[in-house]
Design a protein around this ligand. Structure first.
Ligand code: IMP
Ligand code: MG
Length: 178
């Protein structure tokens, strides 16, 4: 598929993204002051967000990753989510924050939230850079939200279109994603 530049409209520039990341970091720094926190980032989309987020954190933080089945070539999430890569850190009695770049139907996070909850962490919260709340199909308790967004397909800053565009520093709205 050819990606035509005229189909990309800038949605958030790097300064707006950084402000959203900083605001989440400020809240985490306040809420977890004096505590240790484990960030569980969701591969691959959250790599850019989590790497910026941790550099704004002043609390004692560890990072681990999970990988879940994703959209693949389709652009609507399927009902079933499967775990492709699990965390390596033992999260029992630890303060855990799931780090995701965008929440759409909520299915992916619901699955991950339930799974991590069963490992009995001391606390479990969710941080997402972007939230498409109007698209929610299942309920998930999201504590930290960078930006609420409309139902649009976005790329850049880790967000992909069929594995491409993750490397863009800004976030773009893709007008004709086909
Ligand atoms: P959910 O299970 O429907 O909430 O899907 C969440 C996942 O779908 C995210 O982690 C992203 O990987 C992907 N996703 C949702 N919306 C977008 C988008 O606008 N651009 C790129 N990926 C998206
Ligand atoms: Mg993701």
């Amino acid at each position: 598929m050819a990606l035509d530049e005229k189909n990309f409209t800038r949605y958030l520039n790097r300064h707006e993204i950084d402000a959203a990341v900083q605001s989440i970091a400020n809240r985490i720094n306040a809420d977890y002051k004096g505590k240790q926190v484990i960030l569980v980032a969701v591969l691959k989309g959250a790599i850019v967000f989590v790497s910026d987020l941790i550099r704004h954190l002043k609390v004692d933080a560890e990072v681990d990753f999970v990988r879940l089945s994703s959209y693949g070539k389709a652009r609507t999430s399927s009902g079933t989510v499967t775990l492709i890569k699990d965390i390596q850190i033992d999260i029992r009695d630890k303060h855990v924050i799931i780090v995701e770049e965008i929440i759409d139907s909520g299915r992916t996070l619901k699955f991950l939230y339930e799974r991590l909850k069963s490992a009995t962490p001391a606390s479990l919260e969710i941080a997402t850079l972007l939230d498409k709340a109007s698209k929610r199909v299942v309920d998930v308790p999201v504590k930290y939200i960078g930006r609420n967004i409309d139902d649009q397909f976005l790329v850049g800053y880790g967000l992909d279109l069929e594995e491409r565009c993750r490397n863009l520093a800004d976030i773009f709205y893709l007008k004709y994603p086909n």
